[in-house]
Design a protein around this ligand. Structure first.
Ligand code: IMP
Length: 200
């Protein structure tokens, strides 16, 4: 039905993960760059869902293709869900994650383990050329560690501790992270929705 799907991200690391998980859909998966699209989209939603839908719809309107877009971030319960939808912009877009991560560790100083609960959230929106929109959400639960651990992953991974695995998400292999992560779960969920729509 659809031979081409645009995934509205400029992040090549994410594209690798996305292509791997959506490979057997059969449709060609293009990044914004692959599709020759260069547009600034204001992510001014208050929820992950709103931001993912804003991005997917904006690119769908410009291309009339089936467009997927994601929005993700880290929610820390003790900080009432911060940094949340502001995860990328927390302390400034250009601030290093060494500084962002240390700042969050400092804000949780003295907070016992049972109150350090957190989750990564990823929402993927699919905007169809006929105007319909579907969303899928994936989460992974963990706790905020007491120090950075691991060299893998990106962003907040070094402080996101998985008690049941005894490691941070920065210490997982890419395959294992794809299996457990918020993004992997949301991708597999949206893939099911697309298959239900006859896209395979
Ligand atoms: P966006 O979804 O590209 O807007 O990025 C959201 C931000 O959330 C990223 O820049 C990271 O700070 C954070 N984030 C999302 N997923 C992950 C992850 O898997 N590991 C570490 N940080 C993440």
């Amino acid at each position: 039905m659809s031979d081409k799907i645009i995934f509205a991200t400029g992040n090549e690391g994410k594209m690798k993960e996305i292509r791997l998980i959506l490979a057997d859909l059969g449709a060609e998966i293009l990044s914004l760059k692959d599709a020759g699209i260069d547009m600034e989209i204001a992510e001014d939603g208050k929820t992950f869902e709103e931001n993912a839908v804003i991005k997917a719809k904006a690119v769908m309107k410009a291309t009339r293709a089936l467009v997927l877009a994601d929005d993700s971030g880290l929610e820390i319960d003790y900080l009432h869900g911060e940094p949340g939808v502001y995860s990328a912009r927390y302390l400034g877009e250009d601030t290093s994650y060494r500084i962002k991560n240390q700042n969050l560790i400092d804000r949780l100083e003295g907070v016992p383990e049972e109150e350090r609960t957190a989750r990564f959230v990823c929402v993927i929106a699919a905007a169809f050329p006929d105007g319909r929109v579907l969303t899928a959400r994936g989460t992974i639960e963990g706790i905020i560690g007491y120090e950075e651990r691991g060299e893998g992953g990106f962003g907040y991974d070094p402080i996101f501790w998985l008690p049941e695995y005894g490691c941070s998400t920065a210490e997982l292999t890419m395959e294992k992270k794809n299996e457990l992560s918020h993004r992997g779960k949301a991708l597999r969920a949206i893939k099911k929705e697309l298959e239900r729509e006859g896209i395979r």
